[in-house]
Design a protein around this ligand. Sequence first.
Ligand SMILES: [Zn+2]
Ligand SMILES: [Zn+2]
Length: 232
Amino acid sequence: MNGLLGLLFPAHCAGCGRSVEANLDFCGDCEEIMPFMREPLCQKCSHPFPGTHAVPECPNCHEAGFAFEFAVSVVQSRKVVREMIHRVKYGREIWLTRPLAGLLRRGLDDHRLRGFSIDALVPVPLHPRRLREREFNQAALLAGHLSRANGLPVCDALQRLRYTGTQTALDRRGRRQNLRNAFTLRQNTDVSDLNLLLIDDVLTTGATLDACAAALLEGGAASVRALTLARG
Ligand SMILES: [Zn+2]
Ligand SMILES: [Zn+2]
């Protein structure tokens, strides 16, 4: 915003609410403490890896055999980012998905995604019951903002069949088991030969993205990568 509009509607930092210059989503302080992912990382799941070199695959990825080629995350799910995601999900501050999508967009500059042609963005779906409870799917909102910013189409290709309930009580293996067959292609959706980019807010174990990628590949997708705003 600028000029008269800027005076009428002064811009505020999405992280802390302080006034900021027009067109800025975050103040300098929030930008400074933004927990951006930094190499060395596992190149497959973006897990921060101790040491000096990036590794192609961490032990967990090796064991899991994820269906997606790799998952890029922009920030760690800490500090201001974690708070903002909570404000969206539980405080229903849906407007925050726009500045969060601005952060998400920075992930497209990751060296793993650069030069890779993307045919469509695929948001990770919520189960219809969860969608009714929450009234919005934050992954779909993020994908929509990203699409408007860079012109990539959104393909709402997936549906979630089973209500998996809360996952927090389960260990890693249990989560994967719980998610197996939970995702499937929507009827009359054709993803054959498409290079797809899955979009979600947070990657925790990778099991959700894995199940989504498996469903898309089974539907004939040429490749599936993933981009999430944060990594738990
Ligand atoms: Zn701030
Ligand atoms: Zn990994």
